[in-house]
Design a protein around this ligand. Structure first.
Ligand SMILES: O=P(O)(O)O[C@@H]1C[C@H](O)[C@@H](CO)O1
Ligand code: HPA
Length: 325
């Protein structure tokens, strides 16, 4: 029999390896006890931050992470300066469709912002600390608030495709097995060894978001609920989803939780939302299955409303924080 090669496999897509190798260094906690783990040192992150600051004129106040299919959020940014991840020293690269792979600096409603058009996921092969490295870099370049968006499956039976869920809390499923972005030596220059997470999602921001939903006349599609992140890349089984439903999860995705933990650790204020891109399959009788194309399509369908929502949020958060420095 003739040997098979990769091109013989039906519909095989060429494997695209990450375009650059990333230097990983051993980092040591700031207590100097000699314990090390893989990560980037504070100084390396500072170098990345300074590299970025040398290319922009304004320090951003707010960082935005665009979820799958939601990259168009960054198109509301005026005076945009775009920096490809590939051009940033020691930065990871995006490998998922629907994640452009660049930082966009500029202004929304006159407020200096930076948006990540493309995030890093655990399933891409990045450890959690590396998925969250941009959050620390954004902290170092000056942001005070992080707005996180994600595409997620709707587990709450009242949710419909296209709904926007304000995240009020999360369940860190990956953390239950000890997989946490803060694992390893703690550098106190970022934050404390044992950061609390009981107020991770800023209450005032959530109130503002609900007011904005009313102003935009979209309060019928805006919900509030609990998000969880699983490692992916496969979508969940029926049994897994039913288990998550029992423990109070409203939306399921593959990101955000570790980013929020990293952000709260370094004292950033956080707002997060899920765009419900598909109904979770919680019964064996349901014919359809989750797929990434549908996720991206719903992102496109909701892009206008999301842009308006996030723009107003940036404006109002800035006013709120100016009054409560
Ligand atoms: O980056 P997010 O969390 O928005 O992406 C979700 C999770 C998977 O990466 C992808 C599945 O379609 O969308
Ligand atoms: O149903 C889902 N599960 C996990 N991640 C997702 N991202 C979009 N939809 C989903």
């Amino acid at each position: 029999m003739a040997p098979i090669n990769a091109n013989d496999i039906n519909d095989a897509k060429a494997f695209v390896p990450a375009k650059k190798a990333l230097p990983e260094v051993d980092t040591e906690g700031s207590n100097g006890n000699g314990i090390t783990s893989k990560g980037y040192s504070y100084e390396t992150l500072l170098e990345i931050a300074n590299f970025l600051l040398s290319r922009v004129s304004d320090k951003p106040h707010i960082g935005i992470i665009c979820g799958s299919g939601m990259g168009s959020l960054a198109e509301t940014i005026s005076d945009a300066v775009k920096i490809s991840y590939e051009d940033i020293p020691n930065f990871p690269v995006s490998t998922v469709e629907g994640h452009h792979g660049q930082l966009v600096f500029g202004k929304i409603c006159g407020v200096p912002v930076v948006a990540m058009q493309g995030r890093f996921h655990y399933f891409e092969g990045y450890p959690l600390w590396k998925c969250c490295l941009p959050v620390r870099v954004m902290k170092l370049i000056g942001i005070k608030t992080l707005i996180v968006t994600n595409a997620a499956g709707g587990l709450n039976p009242n949710y419909k495709v296209g709904d926007i869920m304000i995240v009020k809390d999360h369940i860190n499923m990956m953390g239950f097995s000890g997989n946490n972005p803060l694992h390893g030596p703690n550098d106190e220059r970022f934050g404390p060894r044992f950061p609390p997470m009981s107020k991770a999602y800023n209450l005032e921001y959530r109130k503002i978001a609900k007011e904005i939903a009313k102003e935009l006349n979209i309060d019928d599609i805006v919900r509030e609920g609990v998000y969880t992140c699983l490692g992916g890349p496969n979508f969940e089984t029926v049994a897994e989803l039913n288990m998550l439903k029992m423990v109070g999860v409203d939306s399921v995705g593959m990101s955000t939780v570790h980013e929020v933990i990293t952000a709260r650790h370094c004292d950033l204020k956080v707002f997060a939302l899920s765009l419900i891109t598909n109904e979770c399959v919680t019964s064996y009788d349901i014919i359809g299955e989750a797929n990434h194309e549908e996720v991206l399509d719903v992102g496109r369908m909701r892009q206008d409303v999301l842009r308006q929502f996030v723009s107003r949020l940036v404006d109002r958060i800035t006013q709120l924080d100016a009054n409560n420095p």
